[in-house]
Design a protein around this ligand. Structure first.
Ligand SMILES: NC(=O)C1=CN([C@@H]2O[C@H](COP(=O)(O)OP(=O)(O)OC[C@H]3O[C@@H](n4cnc5c(N)ncnc54)[C@H](OP(=O)(O)O)[C@@H]3O)[C@@H](O)[C@H]2O)[C@@H](O)CC1
Ligand SMILES: [K+]
Length: 481
């Protein structure tokens, strides 16, 4: 499991460990990991040109100590002091290693870049102690630095712990203010939410974690890894028959949108349960059975998938599905009718699968607000509706009503294609029917869906049906649990 902890959790674990280690040892561990990561990114150290942008705290201290390590190995390292103070021991180490320190850098006194420019700019302005946004001195220095690549282009940017200016705890970007955009972020001890949650995650570039040996509590935010998915995935036992594996019912599509029925069923029928039932108009049901002869009609199910392409029938389908008492995936058109299911405590377990626009309507806010504050709105909806909320997007979030959140890091931009959400709803419904609890079903389903899209796309375009077809191969490729 990849875990992201809050700043408070990190600080508590850090002070526990620091109490047992010699002074400065933890920062030296962080700086050594940072130095190695920069060297690897540059493909060598000797003769490379490195600029450190250094703030007033320990984030700048990490940058200075890593810079000293690179300077000892032959890099040409320069550090610009952006705050009123900086980490004196780090600056002394850099000077002793032959690095150049430029003090008192301000918005109006930005140094001229070194002749020949820089291969890499190391952003040590702020880490977990920073407030969102960049101050003027940092913004001016960054502008000068980014225009000073060695080959006339832009230098690489490595963020220390977090890109400065982002909101570390939420992944939000400061409104109307600047922040660093990194090619690589080297973080320490554990991930922080910004590394996983969009839009901040995109500002981090690739993320490299340096282990510090922190003793950390359970994380409020997680990202499943292949081994976690394998361990959670329901697999048929030797005694299994189709009913023990679970039956998922699909109430989706209509004569206007028969494709939604076909794609929801394709997701549900990708082999994760024993049987799939389809309930809809005779004409659509006939089309479904022509393409999926294994699908049967109405009967007992262990979960329902409701809403995509249901149009005016969405409310009726949701009421009927809800009356069975089994978990329900509520998608698309059905999301507007949650009140039909009665008070939260009377409802069956629900997985809501909105995209940002649908979640905005549910919460009565603007779509942009949801996109800018994804973690906040996913958590708020989960708490308000007492349901697991799968907020679909580039880094899909699965939020449980108890506050736990999982983020999906599989997928490809090619997955932004019509009907992909219908397939996802079907997959999540199948996993619910197979016995997973809602947060597991939502997060495992989303992970498999993203991985199947990446496999099917292989760097090129796909349609939604390709995702469902690739899913069994993804399951076959999982590591053994
Ligand atoms: N925890 C760990 O396990 C380990 C942590 N380590 C490292 O320590 C880092 C945290 O260090 P930290 O606590 O000194 O805070 P940090 O991020 O350097 O910022 C501090 C100061 O910046 C300022 N400032 C604030 N906002 C600003 C802004 N927008 N723009 C500009 N300046 C701004 C403000 O000071 P001010 O100028 O307001 O007086 C604030 O006090 C962490 O990210 C990691 O790199 C590793 O070494 C070892 C293991
Ligand atoms: K930073």
């Amino acid at each position: 499991m990849r875990c992201a902890h809050t700043v408070e959790q990190v600080r508590a674990a850090e002070s526990q460990l620091m109490a047992r280690l010699p002074e400065g040892a933890l920062m030296q561990r962080a700086a050594t990991g940072l130095g190695h990561a920069v060297a690897e990114l540059l493909g060598g150290v000797y003769g490379r040109r490195v600029l450190l942008l250094v703030g007033s705290g320990d984030n700048g201290g990490d940058a200075l100590l890593a810079g000293a390590m690179l300077a000892r190995r032959g890099a040409r390292v320069e550090a610009w002091q952006l705050g009123e103070r900086w980490h004196d021991d780090g600056a002394a180490a850099l000077r002793a290693a032959g690095g150049r320190c430029v003090t008192a850098v301000s918005a109006t006194a930005t140094p001229a870049p070194a002749a020949g420019g820089y291969d890499v700019v190391v952003d040590g302005v702020t880490g977990i102690g920073g407030r969102p946004g960049l101050r003027d001195a940092a913004r001016a220095a960054l502008d000068v630095a980014l225009a000073a690549g060695t080959a006339g282009g832009r230098p690489l940017v490595v963020a220390v712990d977090t890109p400065s200016g982002v909101d570390v705890e939420t992944g939000e970007l400061p409104e109307g203010a600047d922040h660093v955009r990194a090619d690589l972020t080297v973080t320490f001890g554990t991930h922080k939410p910004v590394h996983l949650v969009e839009p901040g995650a995109s500002a981090c570039g690739a993320v490299h974690l340096v282990d510090l040996g922190l003793d950390l509590p359970p994380a409020p935010l997680e990202a499943l890894q292949p081994g976690d998915v394998s361990a959670l995935l329901p697999r048929p036992s030797l005694e299994a028959h189709k009913y023990t594996r679970g039956v998922v019912g699909v109430r989706a599509g209509s004569t206007t949108y028969p494709g939604a029925a076909l794609l929801s069923v394709a997701g549900a029928a990708s082999g994760l349960v024993g049987m799939v039932r389809y309930v809809g108009s005779d004409a659509v049901a006939r089309t479904v059975r022509e393409q999926h002869p294994e699908v049967v009609g109405e009967g007992r199910v262990q979960s329902w998938v409701v809403g995509s392409g249901s149009g005016d029938d969405a409310a009726q389908h949701l009421r009927q599905a809800g009356s069975d008492g089994v978990p329900v995936v509520v998608d698309a058109d059905a999301l507007a009718h949650l009140e039909i299911l009665g008070a939260a405590e009377q409802r069956p377990p629900l997985v809501l699968t909105p995209h940002a626009g649908e979640l905005a309507r549910l919460l009565d806010v603007e779509r942009e607000q949801v996109e800018e504050r994804q973690l906040h709105h996913a958590r708020e909806a989960a708490a308000r509706f007492g349901a697991t909320v799968l907020l679909k997007g580039p880094h899909t979030l699965a939020a449980a009503p108890d506050g736990r959140v999982r983020v999906t890091t599989t997928g490809t931009p090619w997955l932004a294609t019509a009907g992909a959400g219908d397939v996802l709803g079907g997959v999540v419904g199948a996993l619910l029917a197979a016995g997973l609890e809602p947060l597991d079903a939502a997060s495992v389903g989303s992970w498999l869906h993203g991985a199947a899209a990446t496999l099917a796309a292989a760097g090129g375009p796909i349609v939604a049906g390709d995702v469902a077809r690739a899913l069994p191969a993804v399951v076959r490729g999982l590591p053994l649990a």
